[in-house]
Design a protein around this ligand. Sequence first.
Ligand code: HEC
Length: 144
Amino acid sequence: MSGRTQRLVGIAAFILFWSAAIDPFLSSVEGGTERIPRPSTGTAFSDSVKTDPDTGLAIDDQLMLVKGQCTACHSSKLILQSHFSRDKWIERIRWMQRTQKLWDLGESEPAILAYLTKHYGPADGAFDGRREPLKKVKWHKPGN
Ligand code: HEC
């Protein structure tokens, strides 16, 4: 063997040896990441209240009523972006009736108001948008 061939064989052996030595380590690393359970993002971040694909309004027994009475003149976005107490909702409806030709809601008014206050009621001031604050937490006392 010439010196050049010997050197090439040496390099090839070196590469073969190390790739074989490293291989179990590499595959255990790969296998390791696969075994980490991934959260299913589909359910983890979805809201518990389903919304109507047309309007974005919360799906509820009163949805069709509210959709019929409240999206005839303007987009549902005006409702979606609002957080009013029941009194404020009454005030807004009276204002629309006084100045925007909104009709008398008659017997459906209480149901509409209940829907609006339930889904578009006052926003909790302390809520920063990341998650609901913990309520009635039972803290574990160290030593018990
Ligand atoms: C007859 C037409 C009409 C109907 C029906 C109607 N609105 Fe309106 N509404 C208006 C107009 C006009 C405005 C003012 C829009 C603007 O400012 O660009 C308005 C504004 C609003 C706003 C924004 C008020 C504010 O001060 O931020 C909300 C919320 C709203 N409407 C909710 C409702 C709800 C809930 C219903 C169903 C009970 C409803 N609207 C039905 C005409 C209507």
